[in-house]
Ligand binder design. Structure first.
Ligand SMILES: [Zn+2]
Length: 422
């Protein structure tokens, strides 16, 4: 009986039509930046078949029928990865955050997120970690699925759904206290409610759990710790049990200290980080998303024209970034895009370079670096055989001038050509 079953399966297998093998692509740029070794390899080629990179190097032998894509003068590099974005937000000089959360219909926000995802991919960002819909519920889960199914264009997404805040600590705020105002994240009080919220969000599709460890309790007061150490610990236990990492918004030293002690995976912003906290983060391998561009954009919305000395908040963000760099903290490339326009994600990369990283370090952070701490290193973030063919070609050499990232010649995601400039 068992034998017959196996024979049946074999017969069925041989009757199944063999799918036509996809046409291989040979990409011929001036050079390849593989996202790992920091070098620009002149004369290298990349062979892509199906959704994968199959060979990288000079003088590749290629199968008959290979389509050659000539990228003379261009550097081919891994598709970039946005480490901290909000596709359901748009720049605050277009509409205040409160108004986006309270007045924009969910369908409008979702339609805008589709356009934002497209703009992101077209800027060469083939993956993105989206750290909360800010009042748009679980719509990120549906957007991710629409991208995965090829219904709309966008980066491959890791999503956080609603995010989690301490009861009463988030926003919109400043209304008549007797009126219940919808919030930009899910509120919890106590470790039990935290555990329940983490589980609810993971069940709904969260790839990451996002917490706010500090915030302004009342409008226009400074940030103070919000979640207790026990609450953050409860989130980490529930999330890690489910195989999901934890990202924490923290800008005060105490909020950061609690988050790091609780065992979280990334700290977002970290503007108030001290040498001691960054040393602990480096020792534990906790990555920092410095979100320099969010501070820069917010200062400009407030009237700053970019002259030095910069406003205090901008200087604080640069100082903490430099402290983190010096301490050896893994640096995420994540700008908090959404505060500023989707598709201008490279703005964060310019600011990282201006604050002390070399262009090569910035490029590694935005590719294999982000892939590593996002646990995607076996799939994306490098030009390496076996990895998914998420590739970008830019005119010129981005390791000498990041401005090359604005001159995109080719975008490939999953081995499919998304856009190509002649
Ligand atoms: Zn954010």
């Amino acid at each position: 009986m068992r034998w017959l079953t196996i024979m049946g399966a074999l017969a069925l297998g041989s009757a199944t039509p063999v799918p036509e093998a996809p046409t291989p692509f040979l990409l011929q740029p001036a050079a390849v930046f593989d996202g790992i070794d920091g070098r620009v390899h002149a004369g290298w080629q990349v062979l892509v078949r199906g959704d994968r990179i199959v060979a990288v190097g000079p003088g590749l032998s290629v199968p008959v029928g290979t389509r050659v894509i000539d990228l003379a003068g261009a550097t081919l590099m891994p598709g970039m990865i946005e480490g901290h974005g909000h596709l359901f937000l748009h720049p605050y000089d277009e509409a205040k955050w409160d108004d986006q959360v309270l007045h924009e219909p969910l369908a409008l926000r979702t339609a805008r997120a589709v356009a934002n995802a497209r703009a992101t991919l077209r800027a060469g960002f083939t993956s993105e970690r989206d750290l909360g819909t800010e009042g748009a519920g679980y719509a990120d889960v549906g957007l991710k699925e629409a991208i995965d199914r090829g219904i709309v264009d966008g980066p491959r997404l890791s999503v956080a759904t609603r995010a989690i805040v301490a009861l009463g600590a988030y926003g919109p705020k400043g209304f008549e206290p007797g009126v219940i105002i919808p919030q930009g994240a899910e509120e919890v009080s106590g470790p039990e409610e935290m555990t329940a919220a983490v589980r609810r969000q993971i069940a709904a599709g969260a790839d990451w759990v996002k917490l706010y460890a500090d915030y302004r309790w009342r409008p226009s007061e400074p940030s103070r710790p919000t979640l207790s150490l026990d609450e953050i610990r409860a989130a980490v236990v529930a999330a890690h049990d489910a195989g999901r990492p934890v990202a924490v918004h923290a800008s005060t030293p105490e909020g950061m200290r609690r988050a790091v002690e609780a065992g979280v995976d990334t700290i977002e912003h970290g503007y108030g980080g001290t040498q001691a906290i960054f040393a602990t983060m480096a020792a534990k391998g906790v990555a920092l998303c410095p979100t320099l561009a969010a501070v820069d954009a917010t200062a400009r919305y407030g009237g700053w024209k970019g002259s030095e000395p910069a406003p205090a908040a901008v200087r604080a963000s640069r100082d903490s970034f430099r402290l983190a760099l010096a301490a050896g903290v893994p640096i995420c490339m994540g700008g908090d895009v959404g505060v500023f326009a989707h598709g201008t994600n490279a703005r964060e990369m310019d600011l990282m370079a201006a604050a002390g990283m070399t262009p090569t370090q910035v490029l590694i952070a935005a590719t294999s670096g982000n892939a590593r701490w996002m646990r995607l290193g076996n799939h994306v973030g490098a030009v390496k055989p076996g990895l998914l063919a998420d590739l970008v070609a830019v005119a010129g050499d981005p390791t000498t001038d990041l401005a090359a990232l604005r001159a995109i010649r080719l975008i490939m995601r999953n081995g499919a050509v998304i856009a190509m400039a002649e």
